[in-house]
Design a protein around this ligand. Structure first.
Ligand code: ADP
Ligand code: ZN
Length: 221
């Protein structure tokens, strides 16, 4: 399946995408994760991207489209992929159309996980992530077993720089202004599936898997 995730920041797209990717055995392509990897390794791209991400702005399209183009052309994307966090602007969508046309493939579905803005702010301000394995926690709703360390790999979990309250509000504005128009852009060509984000992560996963007609996988694996 060639799936695109198009929800606001903080709805749990990334974590759900990881499970869907596992269930389908296809790569999970997250531009946010790619940028964070480059930032952690201080690459040229990372140094450039960091200044935008910190402010809650989008990384310019010139820096973004190429990494996605290169990634989609790799062999492991032949049987499908999950695009998480790309495209985020109409210009990126136009570029994606060109890549898909070159590869002679089409998107199958768009998954939109929905949540109201107030809940998003709550979720993101309590979010913590593992910088090593990208696993996502929440200080109240989903704390790690031992305070401050990742259940999966024992690394100290951190708050993302862009999960500070004023940056969260900026990211939501950017989402409404620049990304929401994509629903209209794809409305005639790609099937849209909406799933409301539940407070319980596992419930959202069930709803997502049902909506995408997938077999369930072990959720704690
Ligand atoms: P979230 O969905 O929670 O905002 P992501 O990890 O998807 O988190 O993205 C984090 C940040 O990385 C974004 O706020 C943005 O600055 C940058 N980013 C990610 N994907 C893109 C993209 N397709 N275009 C421009 N910037 C992006
Ligand atoms: Zn970890």
């Amino acid at each position: 399946m060639r799936l695109m995730l198009l929800g606001a920041p903080g709805v749990g797209k990334g974590s759900q995408a990881t499970l869907i990717a596992k269930a389908l055995s296809v790569p999970h392509i997250s531009t946010g994760d790619i940028f964070r990897y480059h930032i952690a390794n201080s690459t040229d791209l990372g140094i450039k991207a960091k200044q935008y991400i910190e402010k809650g702005s989008l990384v310019p399209d010139e820096l973004t489209v190429e990494i996605v183009g290169d990634r989609l052309k790799q062999d492991d994307c032949k049987n499908g992929f999950i695009l998480d966090g790309f495209p985020r602007t109409i210009q990126q969508a136009v570029f994606l159309d060109e890549i898909l046309k070159d590869l002679n493939i089409q998107l199958d579905e768009i998954l939109n996980i929905t949540l109201d803005d107030r809940s998003i702010v709550n979720r993101l301000s309590g979010r913590r992530i593992c910088p090593q394995c990208n696993f996502v926690y929440h200080i109240e709703d989903k704390p790690p077993k031992y305070d401050g360390v990742c259940d999966k790999c024992n690394t100290a979990i951190i708050q993302r720089d862009d999960d500070k309250e004023e940056t969260i509000i900026k990211r939501l504005e950017v989402y409404h202004k620049q990304t929401v128009p994509l629903f209209e852009y794809y409305s005639d060509t790609v099937k849209l599936v909406n799933v409301e984000s539940n407070k319980l992560f596992e419930v959202t996963t069930k709803l997502v898997f049902n909506a995408l007609r997938l077999e369930n996988v072990t959720l704690n694996g």
